[in-house]
Design a protein around this ligand. Sequence first.
Ligand code: CP
Length: 307
Amino acid sequence: MNLSVKHLLGIKDLSPQDIELIFTTADNFKEVINRPIKKVPSLRDTTIANLFFENSTRTKLSFELAEKRLSADVLNFSASGSSVSKGETLIDTVNNILAMKVDMVVMRHPNPGAAILLSKHIDATIINAGDGAHEHPTQALLDAYSIRQKYGEVKGKKVVIVGDILHSRVALSNIFCLQKLGAKVMVCGPTTLIPKYINSLNVKVEHNLKKALEWCDVANMLRIQLERQDIKYFPSLREYTMLYGLDKKLLDSLSKEITVMHPGPINRGVEITSDVADSKQSVILEQVENGVAVRMAVLYLLAANIG
Ligand code: CP
């Protein structure tokens, strides 16, 4: 079986069958990365460039590890310290890298739509590793995969995404992915951080965190994306934490045990306290582990579509 897409630009383009194929392939790779010898030769003749025009810890390391576990040749590029500061365009930068015979490009970029633009001008397979506030498809895939691992299936599960929905590519990709898999999705946060277009996405909206947590099976806690905020959306971080921060007292007051997720980076003491992040209800580190297997699956399946 093959994916229906040549690039991974967003979850919006994937069918539920594509997502299931990624998950079953990731199951196999998860078994591989837990063996004493964690490497397979699947992408031995494939060269992959990781282009990061914006900061990253998890996504960058996770893709690099996934590529190395598949035996690909890997090029790493960061915008800081490159000729981007001398005025080179995105297309010129990438074309110069492709002249070195690169097959696949993994790109993070601050501009929404950057990966789509690249796919229209570049003859290589493009994987979007996060484009501004638009999409972060592999994060949504690993989040949904982690829910599937915890509950056996995603269908019918109730997931609330809490926090800065307005500036979050993780929220949008999660909404698309969870809905394609049959989950029910709610967003929760202050009115100013919920986008006006939310009504067109068929998700529930709740401004009271306690009510949202009582409704859900899984709470995905997002950080406040201060780097994307040009104006003040709430009076202070302290007030935000009082209304939308998840602490142990609130978690323990719920009538059932829920699962806590976070895509990282965590701002401990703001959207989530340390005792919640490190509690047995948290699957934050499982998400990171699953990220490698899911990215191996995406790379492997897209490489099979290179014509
Ligand atoms: N979750 C996520 O995208 O983290 P990084 O910004 O560290 O890659």
